[in-house]
Design a protein around this ligand. Structure first.
Ligand code: PGA
Length: 267
């Protein structure tokens, strides 16, 4: 009998919301899905709202994440936010390598790797985002682009630390575009990622690592994605700003993964 990884669905609020809106969104999400236990959930507000959101979600099964981290810790780094700061305001995890950080803010592979190390050293869990650009997909290089990003980010990460890392496969062409990857396109790359983890760590680590899909996830397309054997949840942008749609995505992730389980166990 295959054992299903618990789905993990996280909502990245990006550079949206005011303090009042973030508080309301956290409260609305809590009311709808705070008591669910068969799925892991997270929200990722902008830095200034982490503490408020974490205090509103205290005692709930919804984790709070940060959207970025500075790799060097405290010091004369104007504008930067360290892992220790994030921990101290109640963050449980941090996004590293999001394509908007890579493309808009210039986070290259070395920066992503340093941020990943810093986050783990600070005791934060990590969602490591990887994904190919449209030109890479069109050139038939989607898998190799993802493998290159994985190799660079995880080069110094030992096996036991990987249990604190979730991978998010986010094809850049699907982010914020409404053009979601098809379930089979997602599954193909998720399988490549899991195979890469098997090769560089081992099959136990690969079997327990969660791989989220991200890029235009909505309530009406999550079920087909989560039914794929190597899709273990979602990293949701736009649809996570609405409590109803985020809750619907979370709920569908549980239903569909239960369905996938029972289908597998029938054979
Ligand atoms: P989207 O964003 O759901 O709005 O496409 C996903 C992400 O950037 O994580």
């Amino acid at each position: 009998m295959s054992e299903r990884r618990q789905p993990f669905v996280a909502g990245n609020w990006k550079c949206h919301t005011t303090l009042a809106e973030a508080t309301r969104l956290a409260d609305d999400i809590k009311r709808r899905i705070g008591r669910l236990r068969t799925v892991e959930m997270g929200v990722i507000p902008p830095f200034p709202f982490i503490e408020r959101v974490a205090s509103r979600l205290a005692g709930e099964a919804i984790q709070v994440g940060a959207q970025d981290i500075y790799a060097k810790g405290s010091g004369a780094y104007t504008g930067a936010v360290s892992g220790a700061m994030l921990k101290s305001v109640g963050a449980d995890f941090v996004l590293v390598g999001h394509s908007e950080r890579r493309l808009i803010f210039g986070d290259n592979d070395a920066v992503v790797s340093a941020k990943l190390q810093a986050a783990l050293n600070s005791g934060l869990q990590v969602i490591l985002c990887i994904g190919e650009r449209l030109e890479e997909r069109d050139a038939g290089e989607a898998a190799s682009a993802c493998q290159t990003q994985l190799a660079a980010a995880l080069q110094d990460i030992p096996k036991q630390a990987l249990q604190n890392v979730t991978i998010a496969y986010e094809p850049v062409w699907a982010i914020g575009t409404g053009r979601v990857a098809s379930p089979s396109q997602a599954q193909e790359i998720h399988f490549v990622i899991r195979t890469w983890i098997t090769g560089h760590y081992d099959s136990d680590v690969a079997a327990s690592t969660r791989i989220q899909y991200g890029g235009s996830v909505k309530p009406d397309n999550i079920s087909g994605l989560i039914l794929q054997p190597d899709v273990d949840g979602a990293l949701v942008g736009g649809a996570s700003l609405d409590a109803d749609s985020f809750s619907a995505i979370v709920t569908a992730s549980i239903d569909s993964s239960a369905e996938a389980d029972s289908a597998r166990n029938r054979f």
